[in-house]
Design a protein around this ligand. Structure first.
Ligand code: UT7
Length: 321
């Protein structure tokens, strides 16, 4: 039996504390003007010390469940994309599963950094297509504030904390909506351009995020526009068929350049980087949740997701809403 996967609902959670560029400029040699001009970021959310990735994920998951009409007992798979797990093990997804009161099915983490949500969507979609799960929670949740070197102005101003989630369900027969295709890629030759300089097996420390921003920028535009065109072609679609592009939110200039490269008007790109900064695996479900919640994304719209992150990893998904 081969099922199609539909998105039954989206949810989001952002920590309360807002940190503006101006606040950062009090302790760093930076300015609101530099950050806005180079990235489009105005502010970001930062989690409290006692707020863990799993807490953010559970809040986003509850919100997605409320919006989906699917009950918690019907969830038989949780796939959590994160590069900032609560602990080295067990998977943060199992903590989320326990906190939601789910004691059946399976829960595991996926690590593809900023492309994590697309990877998680790909995996959960395949579970549902094959009939191995009926209703899945796919979550992107991050506390990047914990792995930032707050003295490095080249990286620490760029990221924020947050979580987003979607509920995926097996579609009723004949429903033409849902995930049309997902596409994931990686190329490990570039891992030093964006990485964390610690880890249990290498340094026995957590480490800090390090990035060659300008190099990553170039690869991001090239890889994201290429996979986007590939994803459209596979579905016999063109850029002007897209109603909403929901990209990973790293830098407004990357979003503008990618949209321009494929000939998509900027008004069709959902933008949250101004308020959330780069929340890694959480950025796409946060943006999706916002655009679906405020009525921009409507039933039957063609929604395309795309991301690029450390590894390098990159990917895209095409969805009929
Ligand atoms: O989510 C995964 C994917 N990540 C990304 O896609 C990020 C991709 N990269 C970028 O978004 C951009 O490359 C950055 C926003 C990281 C940097 O922008 P840029 O235009 O590439 O700047 P740059 O790194 O070339 O730096 C230009 C100047 C440098 O000064 P000098 O050497 O020209 O004197 C930096 O030291 O800006 C300086 N600079 C800053 N100045 C004020 C770097 N960071 C800051 C800062 N405030 N926060």
């Amino acid at each position: 039996m081969f099922y199609r996967t539909i998105l039954s609902g989206c949810g989001a959670y952002l920590p309360e504390r807002i940190v503006t560029n101006k606040e950062l400029s009090k302790t760093l040699e930076t300015s609101d003007e530099w950050i806005q001009q180079r990235t489009g970021i105005c502010e970001r959310r930062i989690a409290d010390n006692n707020e863990l990735t799993s807490n953010l994920a559970v809040n986003a998951a509850r919100n997605a469940l409320e919006n989906s009409g699917v009950s918690v007992s019907e969830i038989d798979l949780i796939v959590l994309a994160t590069a900032t797990p609560d602990k080295t093990f067990p998977a943060t997804a199992t903590k989320v599963q326990a906190d939601l009161g789910i004691f059946h099915g399976a829960a595991f983490d996926i690590q593809a950094v900023c492309t994590g949500f697309i990877y998680a969507l790909n995996v959960a979609d395949n579970f549902i297509k094959l009939g191995q799960a009926r209703n899945a929670l796919v979550i992107g949740a991050e506390t990047f504030s914990r792995i930032l070197d707050w003295k490095d102005r080249r990286t620490c101003v760029l990221f924020g904390d947050g979580a987003g989630a979607v509920v995926l369900s097996a579609a009723e027969k004949g429903d033409k909506r849902g995930i049309l295709s997902t596409h994931i890629r990686s190329d490990g030759r570039h891992q030093d351009l964006l990485h964390v300089d610690g880890g249990p097996s290498s340094t026995m420390t957590v480490g800090y995020l390090r990035m060659e921003g300008r190099e990553v920028f170039k690869h991001a535009v090239t890889n994201m526009s290429a996979i986007l065109l590939e994803a459209l072609a596979e579905n016999k679609l063109e850029a002007n068929d897209i109603d909403w592009l929901v990209p990973h939110q790293a830098n407004k200039r990357i979003l503008d350049s990618t949209a321009k490269k494929i000939g998509l008007p900027a008004e069709k790109v959902v933008l949250t980087v101004d308020r959330h900064a780069n929340t890694s695996a959480a950025s796409i479900p946060l943006a999706l949740s916002e655009a679906a919640g405020d009525g921009r994304i409507k039933q039957n719209d063609l929604v395309v997701l795309e991301a690029m992150g450390g590894g390098f990893t990159w990917g895209a998904a095409v969805i009929r809403w």
